[in-house]
Structures are given as C-alpha cells and as structure tokens.
Design a protein around this ligand. Structure first.
Ligand SMILES: [Mg+2]
Length: 275
C-alpha cells in the first residue's frame, strides 16, 4: 500500500498458480517467477468463448415448471447478454406470473436454475462448442505476465463455473476475481465487483484505463461503458460489428481467431506496452 492508503497501481506477483495456462510455454521466455500486474481483462462467456446451445433455456424451462407448477410458454431471448436474474424475472412476467409474485418466486427460480443446469452436464459436453479462436485468445492473454484475466458475465456463478470447467477454460483465467450475476443483477455493476476482487487478491487497483471487457453483445458494451472498462467487441455472436461499434465498443473484432489483434487492442486501450 502507498503511504496515502491507496493501493499501488503495480505489484509483483508470483506467476505460479495464478493465470498460468497449461500450455503456457511463452512464460519460459518471460520473467522467471515474478510479474508486474497492470491490466485486468474480463471475458464474457456465452457466445464470446463458448456456446451451450439450448441448455440454458432448458434449465429455465424446467425451473419454471417446478416453481410455478405449469409449463412455460415463452423463454428468454437468446444471446442478449442480459443477466440471468433479469432474464428469469422477465420470463416470469412474460408467462403471466403476476408482478406481485415475482419477488417471492424469483429467488426460488435462481436457486433451481443452477441445479437444473448442472443436471444437464452431459448435454453441455455434447452440445457445447467453443467459439472460433477462443482457446488461442484465452491462452495468448493468459501468458502475458502483466495481465490478470477473469470473467464478467450474466451467468449465475455456478453456471459460469460449469461452463468454464467443462471446456477447461478455467485454466486460462482466475474465476475467483470475476463478476457474476449472483453478485448483482445489473450487469455494469459487475465490473466494479471484479475490479474490487482483483484489487483485494493482487493488491493492484484497476480502473477504466486498465480494465478491458471482451464480449459479443450490446450488454457487454454497456457493461464496460457504464461499469468502468474499455470494451473489445467480438462480432461472432448474434450482434453485428456495426451494432457493437455504434453502441460504443472501443475496438471491434470479427471473431477471436487472431489473438495478436486482440492483444494489440488490449495494449492500445490500456496504454500498456507489449511485453
Ligand atoms: Mg455473450
């Protein structure tokens, strides 16, 4: 800590066990066991890193039937990036649940959705796909010695962890410093949650100039702009590059197949030199 009580903006950290990717061969060419942390990269999950097909919606469907006692006729829209608590609240209303009952039923739904999702683990394994270039880009970011990577996601934390671990993506980031919709249903608020966790864990203050959200939806753009981060939009989901640009994404990439372009964008947006 600095004498004035504020967190230092840089700090040396042990690399081992922190962000170390399984195939982090580049690390051997960097500092032996120390690094100076300067940048926080927060990945969106769905349609940025992976896609689990209809499993999310199936979990919503089953939870609704269990909690409300009848089948849902309308499901939340796909690929919007809205937080699960808000998607589920909207689903209750869209299916004729009186507004006055939502505060009572929503917590029950949010308890059951992860249980139903976890019960479909085999479907996630079978139907889930990685987005093109996701692993390569995650790995490229993970081996940068001055970058801490985690997630900022509309997923409830248990669902996010299932998705990441099924595909082994948790090896490329630190899930403990992420922001999840279990923390708050207002997605932009999750940036500060993640920054706070990263600061507590690594002793480094991260702000808008040193945090980058990477995501595919307008909600990701809004999350960065309102929450306090730069935004790299990835137009491989359901939102076009033009729409991401118009919403205010700082940089838009067509997909994640060029990790160097992603790293260049992160360096540009954070004013951090390539290591
Ligand atoms: Mg997304």
């Amino acid at each position: 800590m600095r004498p004035d009580g504020a967190a230092d903006t840089t700090r040396t950290e042990e690399v081992q066990g922190v962000n170390a990717a399984p195939s982090a061969g580049k690390l051997s060419g960097v500092a032996p066991s120390v690094r100076t942390l300067r940048v926080l990269v927060l990945w969106d999950i769905d349609r940025t890193l992976l896609y689990v097909g209809e499993v999310d919606r199936q979990a919503y469907r089953e939870a609704f039937a269990e909690v409300v006692g009848r089948p849902a006729e309308r499901l939340p829209a796909r690929g919007t990036g809205v937080t699960m608590p808000r998607a589920v609240a909207g689903m209750l209303l869209d299916n004729g649940v009186p507004e006055m009952d939502v505060p009572r039923l929503l917590p029950r739904m949010l308890e059951i959705v992860p249980q139903r999702f976890a019960a479909h683990l085999e479907d996630v394994r079978r139907d889930g796909v990685l987005m093109p270039g996701a692993v390569e880009s995650l790995a490229a970011v993970a081996v940068e010695p001055d970058i801490v990577a985690s997630v900022v996601t509309g997923n409830l934390r248990p669902n996010a962890l299932v998705k990441l671990t099924v595909f082994g993506l948790d090896a490329y980031l630190d899930p403990d410093v992420g922001g999840y919709s279990s923390d708050h249903d207002h997605r932009p608020a999750l940036v500060a949650v993640a920054q706070g966790r990263a600061a507590a864990r690594y002793g480094v203050a991260f702000d808008r100039t040193s945090t980058v959200v990477v995501g595919d939806s307008l909600e990701d753009v809004r999350t960065g702009l309102e929450g306090g981060a730069r935004v790299v939009g990835v137009a491989a989901g359901t939102t076009s590059a033009q729409a991401l640009e118009e919403a205010g994404a700082d940089v838009v990439l067509p997909d994640l197949t060029d990790p160097n372009r992603l790293l260049e964008a992160i360096r540009l947006l954070t004013g951090s030199a390539t290591s």
